[in-house]
Design a protein. Structure first.
Length: 143
């Protein structure tokens, strides 16, 4: 099954809310796995996940990237990875598995086809590489 079709990307346990409001902007967002967060923190050794839901805030206007049910937050400055979906500059990464920038995706239609082919044969690692923990295909520009 491809990364973009994994049921783990779509379902959460019954004890974790399907969506939760970001403490900074009040908008609701989907969960993200703690392992995804740990792959992007500057000092991951200083962070310990606890038994609760964690969420990814994709709002470019909000400095919070991750937040938890207990109200704790992780801001962009605490990450070693830039979050392209929050920046949306031409040089912003939108596909972390293959280093595709927004400019690459806009200038070459073959790029999205390439990424789609790779995900179909399960050669992606979105759950770890993408700060959202989800497939990047939804982040590609619409035609």
């Amino acid at each position: 099954m491809s990364c973009c079709n994994k049921t783990s990307c779509e379902q959460t346990s019954n004890s974790i809310p399907r969506k939760l409001a970001c403490p900074a902007n009040g908008k609701t967002y989907l969960p993200v796995e703690p392992k995804t967060i740990s792959h992007h923190l500057k000092q991951t050794w200083n962070w310990q996940a606890t038994e609760q839901g964690y969420y990814f805030c994709s709002d470019p206007e909000c400095d919070v990237v991750y937040f938890a049910e207990d109200g704790s937050i992780i801001k962009t400055a605490e990450l070693r990875t830039s979050v392209g979906i929050k920046e949306m500059k031409p040089s912003s990464i939108i596909c972390y598995c293959y280093g595709v920038t927004l400019e690459d995706a806009k200038s070459d239609p073959k790029v999205k086809e390439f990424v789609m082919q790779k995900t179909k044969i399960n050669e992606c690692a979105c759950d770890s590489r993408n700060p959202s923990g989800r497939c990047c295909l939804k982040d590609f520009p619409k035609k």
